[in-house]
Design a protein around this ligand. Structure first.
Ligand code: SAM
Ligand code: DTB
Ligand code: SF4
Length: 324
């Protein structure tokens, strides 16, 4: 029986990551079945409630104000409009609704008050509500929790060593502190990263090591493949091979067995067969809907067909029982 460990060594993680691929998939699939119904996949919907104009310099991000991309700066959406989108997401079978804002950090202002209203409204619909709003103080985390926030997404993105090559406007430690603030507020932690930014294998292992040695593993780990966007410093990065995505997913599954591993950005460039291998390797969550935050995602109809062909079933929301 697999035990949950928080004392992983980098060498052990590297060994898992480099296991011959079919053996690695087999091992991850076995661990997956000890902790989950492998036919169930969580379907999440993303909505960018505040798009563009971000002061940060994350090299991958089309929403950073300093890069010239096609993203138009918009102000925070109205609460009513957001709740309408959440309703649509629920009606199309999503059980988690994640609202993203292109902010460096949350400020205690009217916009935050509006986000609090959005969280309350989405929670009342019986959806698991998640936010990704940048850095949070302990007090802001508590306010979000009190409004009914279920999870908070805050990615480490890469290793501590490679971090400053990708982002200079904040530190790795800033990221870790927000994760701690989220944990203390008893909000479910969602944290993962991106591959395909020019990092080395040791950076991928370094990131997984940081996640897997946190005092408690994140409840969900998104694995994103870089979506290269014209105008960003990483616009010309080559696509990573699907085998690397599979190695990341399988390694996450093996070292953090209870986490939901989310096959996140990058699905538009993957075939059904490639995605099937990701599910076999332990991915059990996706973002559905034809847009992520600002970039394209597979059309709902395509995903419905995929669920049918692979005989997968959408996972129920945690609180569905209380909200019939
Ligand atoms: N501003 C907040 C923050 O940075 O935490 C929340 C929104 S931010 C867009 C959320 C995450 O999206 C980033 O941490 C990154 O992992 C991911 N992301 C952004 N642009 C991406 C891209 N072009 N390809 C893949 N993932 C991306
Ligand atoms: C995550 O890890 N991936 C999502 C979500 N968390 C917020 C975001 C992906 C964004 C891809 C680029 C875009 O659409 O702007
Ligand atoms: Fe801003 Fe988040 Fe994009 Fe970085 S990833 S530029 S913090 S929106």
């Amino acid at each position: 029986m697999t035990t949950i460990r928080n004392n992983w060594k980098k060498e052990e993680i590297a060994e898992i990551y480099n296991t011959p691929i079919l053996e690695l998939i087999y091992q991850a699939a076995s661990v997956h079945r000890q902790f989950f119904d492998a036919q169930e996949v969580q379907v999440c919907t993303l909505l960018s409630v505040k798009t563009g104009g971000c002061p940060e310099d994350c090299s991958y991000c089309p929403q950073a104000a300093r890069y010239h991309t096609d993203v138009k700066v918009e102000k925070l959406m109205e609460v009513k409009e957001v709740l309408g989108k959440a309703r649509e997401a629920k009606d199309s079978g999503s059980t988690r609704f994640c609202m993203g804002a292109a902010w460096r950090e949350v400020r205690d202002n009217r916009d935050f008050d509006k986000v609090i209203e959005m969280v309350k409204g989405v929670n009342q619909m019986g959806l698991e509500v998640c936010c990704t709003l940048g850095m949070l103080t302990p007090e802001q985390a508590k306010k979000l929790k009190d409004a009914g926030l279920y999870a908070y997404n805050h990615n480490l993105d890469t290793s501590e060593e490679f971090y400053s090559d990708i982002i200079s406007t904040r530190t790795y430690q800033d990221r870790i502190e927000t994760l701690e603030n989220v944990r203390v507020a008893k909000i479910s932690v969602c944290s993962g990263g991106i591959i395909g930014m020019g990092e080395q294998e040791k950076d991928r292992i370094g990131m997984l090591h940081t996640l897997a040695t946190l005092p408690e593993h994140p409840e969900s780990v998104p694995v994103n493949a870089l979506v290269p966007v014209e105008g960003t410093p990483l616009e010309d990065q080559e696509k990573v091979s699907v085998w690397e995505m599979i190695r990341m997913i399988a390694t996450s599954r093996i070292i953090m067995p209870k986490a939901m591993v989310r096959l996140s950005a990058g699905r538009v460039r993957m075939s059904l067969e490639e995605q099937a291998l990701c599910f076999l390797a332990g991915a059990n969550s996706i973002f559905a809907g034809d847009k992520l935050l600002t970039t394209p995602n597979p059309a709902s109809i395509q995903d419905q067909e995929m669920f049918q062909i692979l005989q997968l079933k959408p996972r129920k929301a945690f609180q569905e029982a209380h909200h019939q």
